[in-house]
Design a protein. Structure first.
Length: 123
């Protein structure tokens, strides 16, 4: 769902995360067009990928019926770390070891978190 949205000329569409409605422009820090905000197209692409990573973690966690607290406990990470990673407004990366721990607990291959696909990862 977030694929190729960074360059949609500001056409905001709604996505739903939990009880919150956010527009793509809110999710991507109003990154329309990227050159105006960052001066570099790669900055916007990287931000989009990091946001998508967080959406995927949230998506697969919810499919497993786990809360943020459960995932944090089983991965030996803090609740804050999981919340920041899943945040729809904070483009935050994670180390490979953290992603391996998360994918192991969620019983998915790490490539599902890192793939650049067109699937929707929102509720």
């Amino acid at each position: 769902m977030l694929n190729n949205i960074a360059h949609n000329n500001g056409n905001a569409k709604n996505i739903t995360r939990g009880a919150e409605n956010r527009t793509y422009s809110q999710v991507l820090f109003i990154c329309f067009p990227c050159k105006i905000i960052s001066g570099d197209k790669m900055d916007c692409i990287e931000r989009e990928r990091l946001l998508r990573l967080g959406l995927k973690v949230s998506y697969y966690r919810k499919i497993k019926g786990m809360s943020v607290d459960n995932l944090a406990d089983k991965t030996d990470l803090s609740v804050s770390t999981i919340q920041k990673l899943e945040s729809p407004t904070l483009a935050r990366g994670a180390s490979l070891s953290v992603l391996w721990r998360i994918s192991d607990v969620l019983d998915i291959h790490i490539s599902k978190l890192l793939s650049d696909d067109n699937a929707s990862y929102t509720e």
